[in-house]
Ligand binder design. Sequence first.
Ligand code: FAD
Length: 395
Amino acid sequence: MTNRQSSAFDFDALRPPSPFMGETHRAWRESLRRFVERELVPHVTEWDEAGHVPREAFTKAGAFGLLGASYPEEYGGWSEGYDRFHGIVTSEELARMGAGGVSAALMVHGIGLPPILAIGSDEMKQRIAPPVLRGEMQISLAITEPDAGSDVAAITTRAERSGDCYVINGAKMYITGGMTSHHATTAVRTGGAGAGGISLLLIDLNAKGVTRTPLKKQGWWASDTAAIHFDDVVVPGRDLIGAEGQGFAGIMRNFNSERLGMASGATASARVCIEDAAGWAQQRRTFGQRLADHQVIRHKIAEMAQRVNATTAYLEHCAWRVMGGETPVADLCLLKVQASQTLEFCAREATQIMGGAGYMRGSRVERIYREVRVNAIGGGSEEIMRDLAARQLGL
Ligand SMILES: Cc1cc2nc3c(=O)[nH]c(=O)nc-3n(C[C@H](O)[C@H](O)[C@H](O)COP(=O)(O)OP(=O)(O)OC[C@H]3O[C@@H](n4cnc5c(N)ncnc54)[C@H](O)[C@@H]3O)c2cc1C
């Protein structure tokens, strides 16, 4: 975090007042901020450089209630009084660390667990959800394959029935938490070609026949990413999530909430860029005056704020519609594009304003700059989001 005195460019001051947030959202923000500043912020640079978040951080996040936020009480979570706007607060406070890799590592269950809670058996929910929400067990989501990313319906990892088990052969790619997770909610082909032949299976990543290979990447260093091979891996039939052939629908449902979450985090990361760039511009002097006194720099900061404010309004409007029971697929897709492009613009301008200092490792802006592309590609790339939105709009 910066040591500057509070100003109009502080993270909080930069956030437009929300008509959707009240006392409970403020209280959750305060409480979560204290946890993040005490337990996470002091370590983020070390964890990012090490490419690893220690398990102790997961159990602390579990004990605090971060991992269980929005999940049913019966599995050790808490959802009473937690709405989409508390979810936005959570994304914002994690983004404020300026270390997306730490958030991606800690919160990977946010994509791996929901399909189990939505369509898994009661036995599976009881077995998996409580230890995951306590931070003792980690669960990833494995959909992407070496030859099937955007085109999810083209996956080829095969699950053949053999007695009361499935035998899995195939490969998954770019799996967040894939090196450290105990399980993966995995898309497999149980039927014929296309979306209708896809099912979801809970796969034990320590099972015989599973090989995991770490992948190095541009950003999100604290979050491990893996290529995973399945070679005759035997999975008990009870670990089928939902019914055979229901996998594609389960994956798509998951994507809608992942996209809202990614848009919240990207918008808040863009706000971090303004905070740090504006702070720098008010202190750094060139040609006898503060950077902020040069009109070009002032306009860069104004444009960053303009774009972040517009994106925040769109984000809140989408969240409000989702809370009202709608699934505004086209707008969730366009929101994700809007947020990743806002982040891209702000990360670029903030790095530019900070000059050489913005290029040095260990600062929030430098890390965020390296996280831009994963926001534009992961969870549905910009091209795919626009195309899906256009089709939803009837084109
Ligand atoms: C850091 C990171 C973490 C990830 N974590 C996970 C995870 O936990 N689980 C998981 O399952 N996946 C994960 N992914 C994978 C991610 O979801 C995919 O990378 C993404 O869906 C894109 O697939 P692809 O990389 O195969 O690109 P491709 O599908 O090969 O696309 C390549 C490019 O072509 C464009 N393109 C493709 N089709 C079209 C088209 N019809 N029209 C126009 N343009 C098109 C795309 O937009 C993209 O720009 C992760 C990726 C990254 C980078």
